[in-house]
Ligand binder design. Structure first.
Ligand code: GTP
Ligand code: MG
Length: 445
């Protein structure tokens, strides 16, 4: 679905105004958060299940705020919340903070993490981090059709065994696997406690530090957030999650009985083991990444290794500093040139045709002895203005949008966002905005 008033207009803002506002029809409704990396098909899953019209497209960062919609399955009502794409829960941007805060404090009954089957290893990072917060996680391995094209086979049963959570393969665009996903959602939300989910071990020193801190944190949190995960965040000194905790819990966890003292003791222990505030996060991230790699090695089969190799080479050419930016400038300039100059010819033809129709209409007015003001209002005013707008606006749109869609379908737009990110960051913006800018420039020209 493209940009439309339903997907981007005020209705969406109204739906998303309260980050944690969930509109349940009855108390029995189950709330399901849809999380995942950017551009993996979360909104496509959401739209297919709820019949809503969230904006979808082949570039990252379309969903920037939570949106919700409901779906009935086997006589039960589920409220799905489509949250912005995020690569990790160590929030680095506002959308990532929204995603993390919803997973932490949204009070959902389950989280469906949507992952891209063509690059599962990278996506597992978020899956593992989400599992650290919530005990009710389902993994939806989407884009299975794309993976099949690339000769990538995902052993879903191995993945399920390794992670210890339900894993479902889907091709959301064609609706394949979505009923199995709903079965998994129904099963997870109908049982209260589950065990067997993988828990990452961070090594002796960190585990000892967590053991010191966790009991005090557990008492302070009163079961409102996973205490092990919160303890790791306190050890990390993540200011953003501390602020969110204050905001959503309504109190400062550090001022709760014994938390600050235990935190100092745990940090002392870590320092003695050579883990400082500077390298703590690296230590954690390394463990998570290594676990993703291990699981991915067992669960993903590349049946055609050279396919991946070819993709990597193309990617390198399209995103490296030396070739990526010149190719991008050349490609975008060619599209703009085609749009601007190419549109002149059909514009002239349409203008001529409509002007011919205009003179016939004027003749008709004279033949019908219509007063001069009627001819002036209808033909010279309304018709000619409309004819001018159509002949000037229609051809560039008819050229630009198909070309832009072509770039979108072949996956070039995320590369443009990547190439532009550095420049946009210097202007306190984000590379993803390059795409909206391209569209605005063309509409304005
Ligand atoms: N081939 C294929 N394409 C899919 C599938 N699911 C989604 N897509 C396409 O993938 C692109 C991204 O889908 P979205 O639903 O916008 O992804 P998202 O995760 O919501 O993206 P953000 O909101 O930007 O994080 C769109 O072009 C979809 O049509 C699928 O199963 N197969
Ligand atoms: Mg989306």
């Amino acid at each position: 679905m493209g940009l439309s008033s339903e997907s981007t207009g005020t209705e969406v803002l109204n739906e998303c105004s309260g980050v944690l506002d969930i509109h349940k029809e009855t108390q029995e409704d189950k709330v399901i958060a849809l999380a995942g990396n950017p551009n993996v098909g979360k909104s496509t899953v959401f739209n297919s299940l709820t019949g809503m019209k969230q904006h979808t497209g082949n570039w990252p960062g379309k969903t920037v705020a939570n949106a919700q919609g409901s779906c009935k399955y086997k006589n039960k009502n589920y409220v799905f919340v489509d949250i912005p794409g995020t690569y990790s829960l160590m929030a680095n941007s506002e959308e990532e903070e929204i995603a993390r805060d919803f997973i932490c404090f949204g009070g959902q009954d389950a989280v469906v993490v949507v992952a891209d089957a063509t690059c599962l290893e990278r996506n597992l990072n978020l899956v593992l981090q989400t599992m650290e917060i919530s005990g009710q996680v389902i993994l939806c391995v989407n884009l299975i059709d794309e993976a099949e094209k690339k000769k990538i086979r995902i052993k879903l049963n191995v993945l399920q065994e390794q992670l210890g959570i339900p894993v479902v393969g889907t091709s959301a665009r064609s609706g394949k696997g979505l009923s199995r996903l709903m079965d998994a959602v129904a099963a997870v939300t109908s049982r209260k406690h589950r065990s067997g989910a993988l828990q990452i071990g961070y090594g002796k020193a960190v585990e000892k530090a967590v053991a010191i801190l966790q009991p005090a944190v557990e008492r302070g949190l009163k079961s409102r957030l996973n205490s092990r995960w919160a303890s790791l965040k306190l050890l990390d000194g993540d200011a953003s999650i501390l602020n969110s905790m204050k905001k959503y819990l309504g109190y400062d966890i550090l001022s709760e009985n014994g938390v600050s003292e235990s935190l100092s003791e745990a940090k002392e222990l870590l320092n003695a083991e050579g883990i400082t505030s500077e390298n703590f996060r690296d230590h954690i991230v390394t463990k998570i990444v290594c676990t993703c790699e291990k699981i991915s090695k067992k669960a993903v089969v590349y049946e055609k290794a050279e396919y991946e190799e070819r993709d990597r080479k193309i990617d390198h050419i399209l995103t490296s500093k030396a070739t990526g930016i010149p190719i991008m400038i050349l490609l975008l300039c060619s599209i703009f040139w085609l749009t601007i100059t190419g549109a002149n010819y059909p514009s002239e033809l349409i203008a001529e045709g409509l002007s011919w129709v205009g003179s016939r209409l004027a003749g008709l007015c004279v033949a019908a002895c219509a007063p001069a003001w009627v001819k002036g209002l209808l033909v010279d005013g309304c018709y000619r203005t409309l004819a001018w707008v159509v002949s000037v606006m229609l051809p560039p749109m008819a050229i630009f949008f198909p070309l832009f869609t072509l770039l979108e379908d072949c996956g070039y737009l995320p590369r443009v966002a990547f190439n532009m990110d550095n420049f946009f960051r210097k202007a306190c913006a984000h590379g993803k905005q390059a795409l909206t800018m391209c569209m605005v420039c063309t509409i304005m020209q």
